[in-house]
Ligand binder design. Structure first.
Ligand code: PEP
Length: 252
């Protein structure tokens, strides 16, 4: 059975000390809530990972980086490689977030390198895709997301593809308070699962965790997560408060 995953994306928020406090609070709540059927991931800034890994119970909380370098090592000032991320104790890495695509020019070519390095270093990518509002308004979201996948993770071997999770995040829903309707989210995730089945086979599609992201909160999560193809969420704003994040984790 595919995993249910609730992953927080803290983005560029919190100091190390604040992040450790937040992680400890999430850990405590998750321990009490007995949410063992959900894989909980905290996507922290690079600077926080080692401290957060030390502060949480690894059997309850996984830690993710929000990015990694497209090169293995060398003269790339300011970059953090997948091997470095792995050495912190992180288990996951968020790749292809729309903010990185938009503000840092991450193309499919760059993302292919990042995904390959993440996998080679034993990290689980949470690979993001999703369309802008203009594309949704033109009703071209399916073709757009299909291309995003075909140019990147659909080029992986079936073995490598089976190691990652996907997060569908319509850009118009990220940080806007406008959530995709349950029907819109389910429709897209079912569509993505169908594409995976066509490419890698039905068994692989059934095992791939596909998350929804975009203004997901404790209020709308129960309905979103009740859908057959929604295997959890990638959570921005609501992951910055332990109680709010727990409300999403326990939405199943
Ligand atoms: C995100 O950035 O991945 C995200 C889903 O943000 P928010 O939940 O704040 O919309």
């Amino acid at each position: 059975m595919r995993k249910k995953i609730v992953a927080g994306n803290w983005k560029c928020n919190t100091t190390v000390q604040e992040g450790v406090e937040l992680a400890k609070a999430v850990n405590e709540l998750v321990a009490k809530a007995d949410a063992k059927n959900v894989v909980v991931v905290l996507g922290t800034p690079f600077t926080h990972i080692t401290s957060v890994v030390s502060a949480v119970d690894a059997s309850l909380i996984n830690v993710a980086a929000q990015n990694c370098a497209a090169e293995a090592k060398g003269a790339f000032t300011g970059e953090v490689s997948a091997a470095m991320v792995k050495s912190t104790g992180a288990t996951h890495v968020i790749l292809g977030h729309s903010e990185r695509r938009e503000y840092y020019g991450e193309t499919s070519e760059i993302l292919n390198k990042k995904v390959a390095l993440a996998l080679a270093n034993g990290l689980t990518p949470i690979y993001c895709c999703g369309e802008a509002l203009s594309i949704r308004e033109a009703n071209e979201q399916n073709a757009y997301v299909k291309t995003q996948l075909e140019e990147t993770i659909f080029n992986l071997s079936v073995e490598d593809f089976s190691k990652l999770s996907i997060a569908y995040e319509p850009i118009w829903a990220i940080g806007t308070g406008v959530t995709a309707s349950t029907a819109q989210a389910q429709e897209m995730l079912a569509y993505i699962r169908g594409l995976i089945a066509d490419k890698f086979g039905k068994a692989v599609a059934e095992e791939t965790s596909i998350l929804y992201g975009g203004s997901c909160n404790a209020k709308n999560a129960p309905e979103l997560f009740s859908q057959p193809d929604i295997d959890g969420g990638l959570i921005g704003g609501a992951s910055l408060k332990a109680e709010d994040f727990l409300g999403i984790i326990t939405a199943y």
